[in-house]
Design a protein around this ligand. Structure first.
Ligand code: GL4
Length: 880
């Protein structure tokens, strides 16, 4: 594979100035003229937030400088670009990441020190950019970091939500409260508004002879967010769209004194990019959500298509050689229809040409098999909002099914040969009952069964491939299956971990896989080792650099295998442990400041941080803690001495409408209140729920963790990405054979993880047949459930249905196997305690985890996407 042009300039970028005193002068200049601080107050009379803004404005200059050079260079070279379309980019904070990626940390530390501040304090003044829910959104952020670092020409495209992920507070009863995330209130120094880059986005209206006249039009305005690569002058771009009204306001209404009406249009337009839907792998289905999706997809495609046209005119056959759009889950999949519309309606291509181009330009990643997250829009909703797109989707569906007819016919004939259909006359006995007798018995005169036309077997077989299908729960209601649309319209489809890519071929996309196996790929997720190891764990990073004798490992993470040979070295183990201990102490201080809970630093730090979901089984974790508490309470003083002290930490948000998830949050908090205040327990057990878990918390929690919980029911977690972050930071895993845990076990050695529970092949059988007669409740499970029920943690009534959901098969069905996996989970927990008593063995494993984490760098993942799907090559920007 060819690399276009100059050598990968591993030196620093050409910067405005990197001399600390020049940087200091620049910060002062920005404080005065950007922040507007009166010079009399500079520097001593300023609060951290103002100083942060001055420093950020100064760092921004370096970013913009390199950004412009990168984008100009790429524009001149005109290589193939990848566009990463994602409804979510969970960026977190930018200051430290920018300074570190630009290799300006020492310079800025010195500069601000001379002004009387330290960079660490200023760091905390930044608002978190939480434009994502969890793993999927953070993955997109890691991906654009890797794209820039690898010098890959590419942009992220998304939505500039005014309100990101809600802020979570926990009230005194332990209940989750949701507060708006007003993240832009202090401005955003990391973005460049582009008032000159706008596109019109239409909605509703009608179609006449293929011509769409939208009934409503809004403007999409661009904001560019420079994304610095590491050890390269390349700075990539995340372009986010804001929705605005086309006309500032309705002047005639204003003149008539109807002020509300005058601004109504503005409000309606702005609503589109106002809030991030706080759902993660749970139900969507709101029209505004579809509006958001089309809004950013249309703006992004129009933008990329316009850029292409400016360079290549109407040579549309060249488009697949110049652009590829990666669709991050089903959220941007309306792109299939929108690209067709742009090519046909706006660029006058014929259907077949447009379809050929579309299928070569789009690619699709699936991130979940949770049925409720696989978006299916009612034809009625989609057809009203986007009538022309509905027409296009209809035709795609028709042509697609027509193309399958022959194959399906052959399949049906084959089936009939093996299994001849029963002759019709032999069917219902019911037929013999005279209609009059039925009427007497009060039954409907017409037999509905017989009214129904027997479905043509070819038709039926074709329907399973249908993009447009009938809602199985609501007769007569038609749905557009967005995942199917994406599969048909894409050149490649991938899952996000080996097991997940395998499952989608066997389940949700089985029929599609059989038709086009070459389309299906795996791209195991990865995370950026810059933010998730080098920057968040400076102590460990320094030890790694010292041990390996090089600081290039964040760009070449496989170098970490060099740590393996030190795993048994007692001196090295000691240093390794000391760093972990220091990180635990830092975390304890942060938790004390935020929650008031005092944590000892010697116990095992056990952490589960992720969205609250039944399938992720925080519930099972807290039940095991409840049982541990019971053991402690009933132990003799002698027995108590044998307990391995543990600090259990939870963090995560529950979607606002997710009933059970909210109960789980409350239960964890309630258990914490009781356990942490019980004098019998002392420092042997602590239970903490960190409120408002976000990227910033993760950066403090992960380096301090010794054990992390990756305990999803096998077959449910597509990949998981926190598992990789924990692994990089030398944290041991207790987990199921699910998602990327399986590949982590391969890299680290399965015997070094605490694996438990049913595996993916056993789960369906338990659900389908064993569950009904299963009575094998472990007495420890029963005890824990009783304690939830009997009011030990208060809120007796409130917790009844939570208890029932896994215990009373008449009321709940324990779909995620909390009860049957519980005993083996406790066995694994006991194993954890045993190994923790042997600190040398624990540390040895910890080192092996980090040493085996090279595969999980998002650089590796992105390189695979670039080589195997995108066909995009690095275009390093020359350093000046
Ligand atoms: C998710 C998966 O649930 C998670 O396992 C995966 O790691 C992540 C990124 O691929 O995508 N899918 C959805 S939906 N939300 C996620 O976090």
């Amino acid at each position: 594979r060819e690399v276009i042009s100059p050598s990968n300039g591993a030196s620093a970028s050409a910067k405005p100035s990197t001399d600390p005193s020049a940087v200091q002068a620049d910060v002062l200049q920005n404080l005065e003229y950007v922040v507007g601080a009166p010079s009399s107050k500079i520097p001593n009379g300023l609060d951290a937030s103002s100083v942060y803004r001055g420093v950020a404005a100064s760092v921004r200059e370096h970013l913009i400088d390199a950004f412009n050079r990168t984008q100009d260079y790429w524009s001149e070279k005109d290589p193939k670009f990848v566009y990463y379309l994602s409804a979510e980019f969970l960026m977190g904070r930018s200051l430290m990441n920018a300074v570190q990626n630009l290799e300006l940390t020492d310079t800025y530390s010195q500069a601000v020190k001379q002004l009387g501040y330290d960079l660490e304090t200023l760091r905390d003044a930044e608002q978190n950019a939480a434009l994502g829910n969890g793993g999927l959104g953070r993955l997109a952020a890691c991906f654009i970091d890797s794209m820039a670092t690898l010098n890959l020409p590419g942009w992220g495209y998304g939505i500039r939500y005014k309100y990101g992920m809600f802020k979570q507070a926990i009230d005194e009863k332990g209940y989750q409260q949701e507060l708006p995330d007003i993240w832009l209130s202090n401005g955003n120094p990391w973005e460049i508004p582009r008032p000159d880059i706008t596109f019109k986005i239409g909605f509703y209206g009608s179609v006449d002879n293929f011509k769409w006249s939208p009934g409503e039009t809004v403007l999409a305005k661009a904001y560019d967010n420079p994304i610095p690569g590491f050890k390269t002058p390349t700075v990539g771009n995340l372009r986010l769209w804001e929705a605005l009204p086309v006309a500032e306001f309705d002047l005639s209404a204003f003149n008539e004194g109807k002020y509300d009406k005058a601004v109504e249009e503005r409000r309606k337009a702005e609503d589109i990019s106002a809030v991030l839907y706080p759902n993660d792998a749970t139900e969507y289905g709101k029209e505004l959500r579809l509006k958001q999706q089309f809004f950013f997809v249309s703006a992004s495609l129009q933008d990329a298509v316009a850029r292409f046209k400016a360079k290549h005119g109407d040579n549309w056959q060249l488009l697949p050689e110049k652009a590829v759009f990666q669709m991050n889950d089903t959220h941007p999949t309306i792109a299939v229809a929108e690209l067709m519309r742009l090519l046909i309606d706006e660029q006058s291509l014929d259907w077949d040409t447009a379809w050929g181009i579309t299928q070569k330009t789009l690619a699709f990643t699936n991130h979940t098999v949770m049925p409720e997250a696989l978006e299916k829009w009612p034809v009625k909703v989609l057809g009203k909002l986007l009538p022309r797109h509905m027409e296009i989707i209809d035709k795609i569906d028709q042509i697609w099914k027509d193309s399958l007819k022959e194959k399906v016919l052959a399949q049906v004939e084959e089936m009939h040969k093996k299994n001849p259909p029963k002759p019709k006359a032999a069917k219902p006995l019911k037929k013999e009952v005279p209609l009059a007798a039925k009427a007497e018995a009060g039954e409907p005169a017409e037999d509905e069964d017989e009214e129904e036309e027997e479905e043509d077997p070819v038709e039926a077989a074709l329907n399973k491939y249908g993009i447009i299908t009938e809602n199985p729960w609501e007769k007569g209601v038609k749905l557009v299956n967005m995942a199917y649309l994406a599969v048909v319209g894409s050149k490649a489809v991938n899952g996000v971990a080996a097991i997940h890519s395998d499952i989608i071929k066997r389940t949700i996309f089985k029929d599609f896989y059989e038709l086009a196996p070459h389309k299906f790929q795996n791209k195991t997720n990865g995370v950026t080792p810059r933010r998730w190891l080098a920057w968040c764990n400076p102590g460990l990073a320094a030890l790694i650099t010292e041990t390996l004798g090089t600081d290039t490992w964040p760009n070449d993470l496989n170098l970490l295998t060099g740590l393996r040979k030190h795993a048994d070295d007692k001196e090295f183990q000691k240093k390794w442990r000391a760093i972990k201990h220091e990180n635990k102490a830092k975390l304890a201080a942060k938790i004390k400041a935020r929650t008031g809970v005092d944590l000892p630093t010697d116990p095992l730090y056990d952490i589960q941080i992720k969205r609250i979901h039944e399938y992720k089984r925080q519930y099972m974790n807290i039940l095991s803690i409840i049982y541990r508490y019971h053991q402690l309470k009933t132990a003799s003083p002698e027995e108590r001495k044998k307990f391995v002290p543990r600090v259990t930490i939870f963090g995560g948000k529950a979607a606002s409408a997710y009933y059970m998830a909210k109960k789980i949050v409350r239960l964890i908090n309630r258990v914490g209140m009781v356990v942490n205040n019980d004098p019998d327990v002392k420092d042997l057990l602590k239970v903490v729920f960190v409120p408002d878990y976000n990227v910033d918390w993760a950066e403090a929690l992960i380096p301090a963790a010794e054990l992390c919980q990756q305990i999803s029911t096998a077959g449910t977690e597509a990949s998981g990405t926190s598992n990789m972050k924990f692994q990089m930071n030398g944290c041991l895993i207790i987990g199921t054979m699910d998602g990327a845990n399986i590949e982590i076990a391969e890299e680290v050695g399965k015997e070094n993880l605490f694996i438990f529970g049913m595996d993916e092949s056993e789960v369906p059988a338990w659900r389908e047949s064993k569950r009904a007669e299963w009575k094998d409740y472990d007495p420890r499970f029963v005890k824990a459930i009783e304690m939830v029920r009997d009011g030990t943690f208060g809120d007796k009534e409130y917790f009844q249905d939570l208890a029932d959901s896994v215990y009373d098969m008449k009321k709940g069905n324990d779909w995620f196997l909390v009860a049957p996996d519980f005993a083996d989970y406790l066995r694994a927990q006991e194993e954890v305690d045993k190994v923790y008593l042997d600190q040398d063995e624990w540390t040895r494993r910890s080192i092996l985890y980090t040493a085996g984490s090279g595969f999980f760098s998002s650089d590796r993942t992105i390189k695979q996407y670039a080589d195997e799907i995108w066909d995009v090559v690095p275009v390093p920007v020359p350093s000046s």
